[in-house]
Ligand binder design. Structure first.
Ligand SMILES: Cc1ncc(COP(=O)(O)O)c(C=O)c1O
Length: 416
C-alpha cells in the first residue's frame, strides 16, 4: 500500500455531484470508474443545461436573422468565441476559428497555409510523440510538395530529444508541428522554448493543445504559438466543436479552407470575395449549441481554476505512478516524474494484450483505453504494439486509482 499523503486542492466529491454519468453501476454492485478522459471527458450539468436551455429557448441560425431568436443565438455564439479567446489569452476573438475538432484545426493549417507556403526546397519538423492528427497531415503535405520531413525522436525518459531538435533546425525548416501534452507518454513539452527556437530560423509553429488546454493554464501569447489547436470534447464540452487559434497576420494571408455560405462577403458570376476573420474559415452553419456548451465548460473549469485542475491531476497521477510500480511486471512508458506529465499513464502488462487488460478492467467497472491511441510512431519507438492507458480528470479520486490497481492484480493473476 501507498505511504503517500493523499492530498488534492479540489473538493472532488462536490465536483462529482455535477457529473450525472459518473453515478452509475456498470453491473449491479459495480460502480463505474471512468479513466478514459484522454479520449473524451464527461460533461457537467452546467454544460448539459446550457445546451438544453439554448435549444429550449433560443435555437436559431446565427448572423443572418433579424428576429429576436437569431439575435440571441448570435450573441451566444459570438459570446462563446470571446470566452474562448479570454481563456487562452488570444489577442482578439477574431483569431478564434471554430472547427469540428483539433484534427480539423490542424488540417485547416496544412491545407491552407501549408499548401501556399511549403515548397520542394523546404523542410517540416514534427515529432515521434505526435497524435496522428499532428503527424499525418504534415506527412501527406510533405509528400505532395516533395518537401523534406524531419522527426524529433523521443529520448530515453519519454521526453523529446531537444538536442536532436536543435540540430535539425536550419533555414530550410518552414514549419514546426509539436504536441503540447502527449496522449501516450504524458509528457508536457517545453513548447515555449521550442517555439522560440523555431522562430529563430524563421519557421511557423503549429501546436497541438488537445491534451494541454483541458488540463492546465495555457496562454497562447506567452507561448508565442503561431497556430494552436484543441477540441472541446476533451475539456468537459460537447463533441462537434474545436478551435484553431492563429496569429492574425497569418490568418489574414491564408486562403479559405472550405467555401460556400457564411465565409463570403460578395458573390457574383465573375467571382467571389471572402469574408473577414474569423468567418473566412467558417463555411456553412456552425456548431452553435456546441459553442454555447464549450463556453459553459470553460466557465466551469475557470471557476475551479486551471492551476487547481492541474494540481489535482498531478496528485492523482503521482499516486497512480506509485501504485502502478507496486504491481509486478507493469511497465509505464513516459517520464516517471508526475511533475513532467499530464494526467495519464500508459503501460504494458506482461503476457496480457492491452485489449485483454481493458476487458478485464471493464468487468471490474474500470473504463480505460487500449491500443495505439492514434500514435503509432510513439509505440514503434518503444517497439511495442499497443498500451493500456488510464487517464484522469478533475472528478477522479485516489480510491478510483486503487480500483484500477485491484483490477490489474486480477489481470496479473489470470495471465501469470
Ligand atoms: C494529443 C492529441 N492530439 C489530437 C487529438 C485529436 O483530437 P480530435 O479527435 O478531437 O480531433 C487527440 C485526441 O485524442 C490527442 O490526444
Amino acid at each position: 500500500m501507498s505511504t503517500n499523503v493523499l492530498t488534492t486542492p479540489l473538493d472532488v466529491e462536490a465536483i462529482r455531484a455535477d457529473f450525472p454519468v459518473l453515478h452509475q453501476e456498470v453491473r449491479p454492485g459495480v460502480p463505474l470508474v471512468y479513466l478514459d478522459n484522454a479520449a473524451t471527458s464527461q460533461k457537467p450539468l452546467a454544460v448539459i443545461d446550457a445546451m438544453t436551455n439554448y435549444y429550449r429557448m433560443t435555437n436559431a441560425n446565427v448572423h443572418r436573422g433579424i428576429h429576436k431568436l437569431a439575435e440571441d443565438a448570435t450573441v451566444a455564439y459570438e459570446g462563446a468565441r470571446e470566452r474562448i479567446a479570454r481563456f487562452i489569452n488570444a489577442e482578439s476573438a477574431v483569431q478564434i476559428i471554430y472547427t469540428r475538432n483539433a484534427t480539423e484545426s490542424i488540417n485547416l493549417v496544412a491545407w491552407t497555409w501549408g499548401v501556399e507556403n511549403i515548397t520542394a526546397n523546404d523542410a517540416i519538423i514534427t515529432t515521434e510523440m505526435e497524435h496522428h492528427a499532428n503527424f499525418v497531415p504534415w506527412q501527406v503535405l510533405a509528400e505532395r510538395k516533395g518537401a523534406e520531413i524531419r522527426y524529433v525522436p523521443l529520448a530515453e525518459d519519454g521526453t523529446l530529444d531537444l538536442d536532436a531538435y536543435a540540430n535539425m533546425l536550419d533555414e530550410k525548416v518552414k514549419l514546426v508541428a509539436i504536441v503540447h501534452g502527449s496522449n501516450v507518454v504524458g509528457t508536457i513539452n517545453p513548447i515555449e522554448e521550442m517555439i522560440k527556437a523555431a522562430h529563430d530560423v524563421g519557421a511557423v509553429t503549429v501546436i497541438d493543445g488537445a491534451q494541454s488546454v483541458p488540463h492546465m493554464s495555457v496562454d497562447v501569447q506567452a507561448l508565442g504559438a503561431d497556430f494552436f489547436a484543441f477540441s472541446s470534447h476533451k475539456m468537459l464540452g460537447p463533441t462537434g466543436i474545436g478551435v484553431l487559434y492563429g496569429k492574425r497576420h497569418l490568418l489574414e494571408a491564408m486562403p479559405p479552407y472550405m467555401v460556400g455560405g457564411n465565409m463570403i462577403s460578395k458573390v457574383t458570376v465573375e467571382g467571389s470575395k471572402w469574408n473577414d476573420l474569423p468567418y473566412k474559415f467558417e463555411a456553412g452553419t456552425g456548431a452553435i449549441a456546441e459553442a454555447v456548451g464549450l463556453a459553459a465548460a470553460i466557465d466551469y473549469l475557470d471557476n475551479i481554476g486551471m492551476d487547481v485542475v492541474h494540481a489535482h491531476e498531478q496528485a492523482v497521477t503521482a499516486y497512480a505512478l506509485e501504485r502502478l510500480a507496486e504491481v509486478p511486471g507493469i511497465t509505464v512508458i513516459g517520464p516517471l516524474d508526475a511533475t513532467k506529465r499530464g494526467g495519464l499513464t500508459s503501460f504494458t502488462v506482461p503476457n496480457a494484450h492491452p485489449h485483454d487488460v481493458a476487458e478485464i478492467l471493464n468487468t471490474e467497472g474500470v473504463a480505460i483505453r487500449a491500443g495505439r491511441h492514434c500514435a503509432q510512431p510513439t509505440h514503434e519507438h518503444y517497439c511495442i504494439n499497443a498500451t493500456a492507458r488510464a487517464s484522469y480528470y478533475i472528478y477522479n479520486t485516489f480510491d478510483e486509482v486503487d480500483r484500477l490497481i485491484t483490477g490489474l492484480y486480477k489481470v496479473r493473476e489470470m495471465f501469470g
